[in-house]
Design a protein. Structure first.
Length: 334
């Protein structure tokens, strides 16, 4: 997934964080620190989200044009349908960077489709075919299990769908979209010209082939939201297109006790599924994606595009922080 371009200010992140930690010793509350608020909506169950993540991995790597991919897609659709969602498959043949035709399936599950006030939640469900960022070069052509990079975002959405289906107090519609063919971008070992357009193929197709008249108040992309030690900095494309939504989500996380997971600092500029949602679909969409400023392996974390992206490195606490924040966001909408 995704190439990243980091802003110059990130060179000073470590220093800024150190200074911030020193200032935390003061017992006086910062004037800009959000006040705490009461939780609204149902409780997000991290154990359930973890189980949804593990179930996806049980199919094996969900690689394009494979049986594991197709079976997992059918399971995802059945899960959403079991929660009373209106579920649709958007199938397409998409051409990859190397000429391979990919049998792509975007999955769209709609909660209360009759309502016109809607929020879009999305994640990708396919896996990277090549562990091209693995520290061992002999693994570069092996598939990635995608426990975090793929399964975690879908797992959070499935748990959100489960709990809101059992609650009658949410008065807005929610669209859950699982994008396919996100992670088939040009590998680092290839001599082919790198291209941002080789990523997020499913999201590009979805953005260009929406039902006529579809509207969403805003969108939130959940990408790699279950990793150990994850912190979600404010992504730059998100701030460019949807600064108010970024502020809302990060403020809300702080207000309900998850501010340590959502630093009020800017991260990198990421090529991800939210780019076509913003630029082609015209829906203001943000990306909740981790940034590891001190990780030598990758700023996306030590397991990104490696054979180690497995369930052993999924953290229930991270799933909980993201999931409960999204519950608070949805149930705070008027």
């Amino acid at each position: 997934m995704k190439k990243s371009i980091f802003s110059l200010v990130l060179a000073f992140v470590v220093v800024a964080m150190a200074c911030s930690c020193m200032s935390c010793k003061s017992s006086r509350k910062s004037a800009t620190e959000p006040d705490t608020v009461a939780l609204v909506g149902p409780t997000f169950c991290a154990d359930s989200a973890y189980a949804f993540c593990a179930k996806q991995c049980s199919f094996g790597p969900r690689l394009m044009n494979t049986e594991a991919h197709d079976k997992c897609g059918e399971w995802i659709m059945k899960q959403f349908a079991s929660y009373g969602m209106k579920v649709e498959a958007q199938d397409a043949e998409l051409k990859a960077w190397d000429g391979t035709m990919l049998r792509s399936r975007n999955i769209w599950a709609r909660f209360r489709p009759e309502l016109t006030t809607r929020v879009l939640l999305c994640a990708h469900w396919d896996c990277r075919p090549w562990a091209d960022n693995d520290p061992d070069s002999t693994n570069w052509r092996k598939p990635v299990m995608g426990a975090n990079d793929g399964a975690s975002g879908v797992a959070v959405m499935l748990e959100l769908a489960r709990i809101i289906s059992n609650d009658s107090t949410l008065n807005i519609g929610v669209d859950f979209v699982c994008f396919d063919a996100e992670d088939y971008g040009v590998p680092q070992w290839s001599s082919a010209p790198d291209s941002q357009d080789s990523w997020a193929l499913g999201a590009q197709y979805w953005a260009e082939h929406q039902p006529q008249g579809y509207e969403a108040r805003y969108g939130v992309l959940l990408d790699m939201v279950g990793g150990e030690g994850a912190k979600f900095y404010q992504e730059s494309v998100s701030k460019q297109y949807a600064a108010e939504i970024v502020n809302k989500v990060w403020r809300t996380a702080s207000q309900i006790g998850y501010g340590s997971y959502f630093p009020m600092q800017e991260g990198g500029m990421i090529t991800d599924d939210h780019v076509p949602v913003n630029e082609k679909a015209g829906i203001a969409c943000i990306d909740i994606i981790p940034f590891y400023p001190d990780c030598q392996q990758s700023s996306f974390g030590p397991t990104w595009h490696t054979i180690n992206d497995t369930m052993e490195h999924i953290d229930r606490a991270t799933l909980k922080a993201v999931g409960q924040t999204m519950v608070q966001i949805l149930y705070s909408e008027k």
